[in-house]
Design a protein around this ligand. Structure first.
Ligand code: CP
Ligand code: NVA
Length: 308
């Protein structure tokens, strides 16, 4: 049985297989001919943090596949009153067919998976956001931006950055990351990515100069400066991230037809200007919609691999 907790656990071939499946599933969905791949299955969805896209896309996704989603907020579960995660895992995984969890520590996901009888999917942790990256890469494929991409990530060295590191280093493309000093990516995740990059041929560049990172990029991306759980640091972060907004002058340094991706929610005139956001709104909202199709593919793939 496989879990989907980080792209670190997946080979290039497996990632591309899921992307192909997502393209097929999206096509079937658009034609109204999606096969009920997960007929009568139940997906438990545990949320310890807020969500718009993750909740809606997983709940609608499992419904479209013929199953049912169960929204479980940690505010309502006994988990919120201190029931151990490993007990929660042993109970819930006897009753549902698959589990998605959005939580803080990556170790919480790992603990749940260790005690689970069914596949577990990360819906974001402080370390990674792997299903988002599947949607992002799917969008790059649809826009023809997956051929020798140069991706520039400008902003906080966070869960999104770490997942970009995994995606680039597994698939073998160029990723340039620019963060302010003190907001660099996690050193051990970077070390993992550099090891994968040696095998795949990926070029990983890390620095503190957003303009240098964006110059000549084919895909530009960023994320909030204040992730969930960091609200009390907002004032300091906003001050430390000055010069990191992706605005029109910054985008002008990228290749002329460069795409701009944002996992959302987007905070205008912090990490991205209103003008850049609206100029790329079609790409951004295709990316958001692709959460639905990419995650259906992840669920179908995990279902197929229960026995392997
Ligand atoms: N991008 C993303 O995961 O959005 P939500 O926090 O709304 O789920
Ligand atoms: N880095 C952000 C991503 C939100 C989808 C956060 O963790 O809040």
């Amino acid at each position: 049985m496989r879990h989907f907790l980080t792209l670190k656990d997946f080979s290039k071939e497996e990632i591309l297989e899921i992307i192909d499946l997502a393209l097929k599933i999206k096509k079937q969905t658009k034609k109204g001919k999606l096969k009920p791949y997960l007929k009568d299955q139940t997906l438990g969805m545990i949320f310890e943090k807020s969500s718009t896209r993750t909740r809606v896309s997983f709940e609608v996704g499992i419904h479209q596949l013929g199953g049912k989603g169960l929204f479980l907020s940690s505010n309502d579960l006994q988990l919120g009153r201190g029931e151990p995660m490993k007990d929660t895992a042993r109970v819930i995984s006897r009753m549902v067919d698959m589990v998605m969890i959005r939580t803080f520590a990556q170790s919480t996901l790992e603990e749940f998976a260790a005690y689970s009888k069914v596949p577990v999917i990360s819906g974001l942790s402080d370390s990674y956001h792997p299903v988002q990256l599947m949607a992002d890469y799917l969008t790059m494929v649809e826009y023809g931006k997956d051929k020798n991409p140069i991706v520039a990530y400008v902003g906080d060295g966070n869960n999104m950055t770490h997942s970009w590191l995994m995606m680039a280093s597994k698939l073998g493309f160029e990723l340039r990351i620019a963060t302010p000093k003190g907001y660099e990516v996690d050193a051990s995740i970077l070390a993992d990515a550099l090891a994968f990059a040696k095998e795949s041929g990926a070029v990983i560049k890390i620095g503190n100069d957003p303009k240098e990172a964006i110059s000549g990029a084919t895909v530009v991306t960023t994320d909030t400066w204040v992730s969930m759980g960091q609200e009390s640091e907002k004032a300091k972060r906003v001050s430390d991230f000055q010069g990191y907004m992706v605005d029109e002058a910054m985008m002008a340094l990228a290749q002329k037809d460069a795409m701009f991706l944002h996992c959302l929610p987007a905070y205008r005139d912090y990490e991205v200007s209103e003008a850049v956001f609206e100029a790329h709104a079609d790409e951004i909202f295709d990316e958001a919609e692709n959460r639905l199709h990419a995650q259906k593919a992840v669920m179908v793939w995990l279902d197929k691999h229960r026995e392997s």
